[in-house]
Ligand binder design. Structure first.
Ligand SMILES: Cc1cc2nc3c(=O)[nH]c(=O)nc-3n(C[C@H](O)[C@H](O)[C@H](O)COP(=O)(O)OP(=O)(O)OC[C@H]3O[C@@H](n4cnc5c(N)ncnc54)[C@H](O)[C@@H]3O)c2cc1C
Length: 382
């Protein structure tokens, strides 16, 4: 009774590990030639760390993380502070760890733990084209024409999931019109005044810039996003420095200095999908971005994939695959839909407003204490 997991990203490997730890055999089918994350930094909230702890890899991820002192929202035009969430003892006592991590420092501990577990069979160059199933089991049909059999199949194959294409059939993801430019800068190139141990977000009219130190302080991660109406869903396309800068104006001095430090940029046009309840087709179920891709604005896509993985592996019962997948979907659907809406809302009302809408946002944050912020985050981190 082997569970097939399609996709070996954070969601797929976390699921494989969770299922193996619960005593099940798992085969991971990954399209790429290596298990690897593209992109640099990721913010992992307390809910994500609790899942990494449940999977037994929390301590090693924490040891490689940068434990920031605060999340700061600044005005992109004036540089003034709009809001601050200290990641201090008060935050940690209530919620737990919030840290920034290199993506591979989340993926590699999951991969190492899978490699150490004889119940997990990891296969690369195994892109899945489709699946077939009957009352006894599931077959993954690979692009090579090979077929792999199992008792159940989890589609963790990301935003452009082949499993979802067959299961939901809702076409391409929805293009948000927002373009994200990402760059990584060696920390020794960054003036010390710009190297605070915080996640800084400068919010301007139809743009925002996020900046934080990663990889034990060796690099700084820069993510600059503009609501420029882009229609072509590009992923990781190299772009010229001057082309990036023209989207970010007016920009306060610190943010402008940070942007000038980057030389190699890559661009992504962000996509998500409206929530659906159809994640399951009998013995086949979706997970992570394949099930509920969100915009990055709540920094929760990977955290939600981790929650999915822990939830699914804790309810999975090989004697009742269909029933246990249905339980997983019912436990996860509303929460991930809420994250989807919160992510879109944050982009619109917190990160990109201009004029009166920006003034309303500033007044709202000014009226909140740290305790108020904690209360508003309880549903997500608590
Ligand atoms: C700019 C940006 C910033 C982000 N920041 C954060 C953040 O701070 N915090 C956070 O929690 N989340 C963040 N996210 C979201 C996060 O990156 C994703 O939600 C998360 O990586 C999804 O994991 P996944 O395993 O579901 O999918 P993926 O990471 O996409 O993994 C899918 C895997 O499946 C493989 N695959 C694809 N198709 C097939 C196939 N047909 N057959 C076999 N294998 C296949 C792929 O090669 C890949 O390895 C961010 C996203 C972006 C774009």
């Amino acid at each position: 009774m082997t569970v097939l997991v399609v996709g070996g990203g954070i969601g797929g490997l976390a699921t494989a590990l969770g299922l193996a730890r619960a005593g099940h055999r798992v085969t991971v089918l990954e399209a790429a030639a290596v298990f690897e994350e593209i992109g640099a930094g990721i913010q992992v909230g307390p809910n994500g760390f609790r899942m990494l702890d449940a999977l037994g890899v929390g301590p090693v991820v924490r040891s490689r993380a940068v434990h920031v002192d605060a999340l700061r929202l600044r005005c992109g035009i004036s540089g003034g502070l709009i809001a601050q969430l200290p990641i201090d003892a008060g935050f940690r006592d209530r919620f737990g760890t919030y840290a920034v991590v290199h993506r591979n420092d989340v993926l590699t501990p999951l991969l190492d733990a899978c490699q150490d577990d004889e119940r997990v069979d990891l296969r690369v160059n195994s892109g899945v084209e489709s699946y077939a199933q009957d009352s006894l089991g599931v077959t993954a049909v690979l692009r090579s024409g090979d077929r792999v059999h199992g008792s159940a199949l989890v589609g963790a194959d990301g935003l452009r999931s082949a499993v979802r294409r067959q299961l939901v059939g809702d076409g391409d993801p929805q293009v948000s019109g927002h373009t994200t430019f990402r760059a990584v800068i060696p920390a020794h190139d960054v003036p010390s005044g710009l190297k605070e141990n915080v996640v800084t977000l400068w919010a301007g009219p139809r743009y925002h810039v996020v900046w934080y130190v990663i990889a034990g302080g060796r690099y700084v991660n820069l993510v600059a996003t503009t609501d420029n109406g882009a229609a072509d869903p590009m992923t990781g396309k190299p772009v010229d420095h001057d082309e990036v800068l023209r989207h970010f104006s007016p920009l306060c001095d610190d943010a402008a200095r940070v942007m000038e430090l980057a030389s190699e940029w890559r661009a992504w046009v962000l996509c998500d999908r409206a929530p659906v309840t159809t994640w399951q087709d009998s013995r086949v179920v979706l997970l992570g971005d394949a099930a509920h891709p969100v915009l990055q604005y709540a920094a929760q896509g990977a955290c939600q994939a981790l929650e999915d993985a822990v939830c699914l592996s804790s309810v999975f019962d090989p004697r009742d695959v269909v029933g246990s997948f249905a339980r997983y979907v019912s436990m996860r659907h509303a929460r991930t839909a809420r994250v989807h809406h919160a992510s879109r809302l944050m982009g619109r009302e917190v990160y990109h407003p201009a004029g009166d809408a920006a003034a309303d946002r500033d007044a709202m944050f000014a009226s909140w204490t740290t305790a108020d912020l904690h209360d508003r985050l309880e549903w997500l981190y608590g």
